[in-house]
Design a protein around this ligand. Structure first.
Ligand code: BG6
Length: 473
């Protein structure tokens, strides 16, 4: 019993939160480069306000944790922990700096090729997110981001180049990170900036449909280029519980869950379910189908379901706004039975087992947990030790819940990559001091620090977990 042989243990990252080198190697400007640290970040992420060019705000992604220059050292540390898989994403503008060029930037391609080769040196399988929240600014200015169908061609061109160039190096791909984030953080998830007075749901549904069509097209392409390619969708997961057994609360929880599941229903089942079409219609919006879309979606569903899980959520038919908490951008009613992280994200290991069961019941495809972890402040003690027992506790309880889902419920799980295996920039807040890693990086919220890497206590712990295939927790 326990996790299967070949279970993919590892860690996860995203280019804009990790790499830095924002204007090196021919890289072009992306939406993520215009996401500042501080108060403005959230409203920019939601597409309500924006910054057009690099100004005197502090933009943490520009240097991030400088993986761009440290990747060999970082991958060696991951190898030392025994990683079997490393999840990373491609910065679109390294490959196509503007986004609509006909030929790619060799320097960008070479950068990722070197990384993948470095991974294979240690028998680490790369898991590549083709798009983790980044979108070329040139395309945002030209098309308005994913609201425009012409984005699809640019994205497919990118994917084609990646599948061809890395054919012998990468087998596991995710098309879009947390695709349901379009409804919550649309500038980040789809390069969307709202126009005055427009129907926002319509704008977001346009983006969603174009990303869903693009996802199906590249799923098809990936299978054609290499039948061994395995393609996953990616959901920001975390089941909504009803606040009480009042039927209205239960109904609200169903509706809230569906706002996320509708994306994965399309990617995994191949069609928009009736409830999704009704929800869209109830917002005076329509899906911008063109001829052939329905067949394309139906014929090119994903091979596996990947998701992030940090917390469960709570729905109420009559929410009290003073009792709300933030949980990865989505607001939720506070669950009085759970403790919270320092950022108010509620900690619910059983919620992971519940989420896994819901997803597996619904889709009956292998699952892959590609993000999970605790954002916390770490203290470097005088002797350079970082005692992150709180992180070990969080991960231990979540891995136990995941084991229960596998052993007792029969869920088919491919792997587990903890979020921010090396400390990186927070997507939600732009902070550096919200740390998730086993590897500490000397850098603070305002960009001071040496980039020195230090192993935390959790480093040795996770190494043992991997070495025993999850027997030791
Ligand atoms: C997920 C994203 O939403 O949560 C990551 O895919 C993000 O990019 C992670 O970093 C954790 O959120 P935060 O706001 O703590 O960085």
């Amino acid at each position: 019993m326990g996790f299967k042989k070949g279970f993919l243990w590892g860690g996860a990252t995203a280019a804009n939160q990790l790499e830095g080198g924002w204007n090196e190697g021919g890289r072009g400007l992306a939406n993520v480069d215009l996401m500042p640290h501080g108060q403005d970040r959230y409203v920019i992420g939601t597409g309500e306000k924006w910054i057009d060019h690099v100004d005197d705000h502090y933009f943490p992604s520009h240097k991030a944790v400088d993986f761009y220059h440290h990747y060999k050292e970082d991958i060696a540390l991951m190898a030392e922990m025994g990683f079997k898989v490393f999840r990373l994403s491609i910065a679109w503008t390294r490959i196509f700096p503007k986004g609509d060029e006909q030929s790619p930037n060799e320097e960008g391609l070479k950068f990722y090729e070197d990384i993948f080769k470095e991974c294979h040196k240690y028998h680490i399988e790369p898991l590549v997110t083709i798009n983790h929240f980044d979108c070329p600014m040139y395309l945002i200015n030209k098309f308005g981001g994913w609201r425009d169908r012409r984005m699809i061609d640019c994205y497919v061109r990118l994917a084609n180049v990646l599948f061809t160039r890395y054919k012998s190096l990468v087998r596991y791909w995710l098309t879009f990170n947390e695709i349901n984030m379009i409804l919550h953080f649309p500038f980040v998830a789809a390069g969307l900036r709202f126009k005055d007075g427009e129907n926002k749901t319509q704008a977001m549904i346009n983006c969603a449909h174009h990303e869903l069509v693009a996802s199906a097209l590249v799923t098809k392409l990936a299978h054609e280029i290499n039948p061994q390619n395995q393609i996953g969708c990616m959901l920001a997961a975390g089941t909504y519980y009803p606040e009480t057994c009042k039927p209205e609360d239960y109904w609200k929880a169903i509706c809230d869950n569906r706002e996320s599941y509708m994306f994965i229903d399309v990617q995994s089942r191949g069609y928009y379910p009736p409830y999704a079409l009704k929800w869209i219609e109830s917002h005076q919006a329509t899906v911008p189908f063109v001829e052939g879309d329905k067949e394309l979606l139906q014929e090119n569903t994903v091979d596996f379901i990947s998701f992030s899980y940090y917390s469960s959520r709570v729905s109420s038919a009559t929410p009290d706004s003073s009792l709300q908490t933030e949980s990865n951008i989505f607001a939720s009613v506070i669950n009085p039975y759970l403790k919270s992280s320092d950022w108010g994200w509620q900690i619910d290991p059983l919620g992971l087992r519940i989420t896994m069961n819901e997803l597996y019941d619904r889709y009956q495809k292998p699952l892959f947990i590609v993000e999970n972890g605790l954002g916390a402040k770490d203290i470097v003690e005088e002797d350079g030790i970082i005692q992150d027992d709180y992180r070990i506790d969080y991960l231990r309880e979540h891995i136990q819940a995941m084991k229960d889902a596998v052993d007792q419920d029969g869920v088919d799980l491919m792997g587990y990559t903890t979020w921010g295996c090396i400390d990186l920039i927070s997507n939600g807040t732009g902070e550096m001091e919200k740390r998730y890693g086993f590897i500490y990086v000397d850098r603070d919220n305002m960009g001071n620090g040496t980039f020195k890497r230090i192993k935390k206590k959790s480093f040795a712990w996770y190494k043992k977990v991997i070495a025993t295939n999850g027997e030791y927790l």
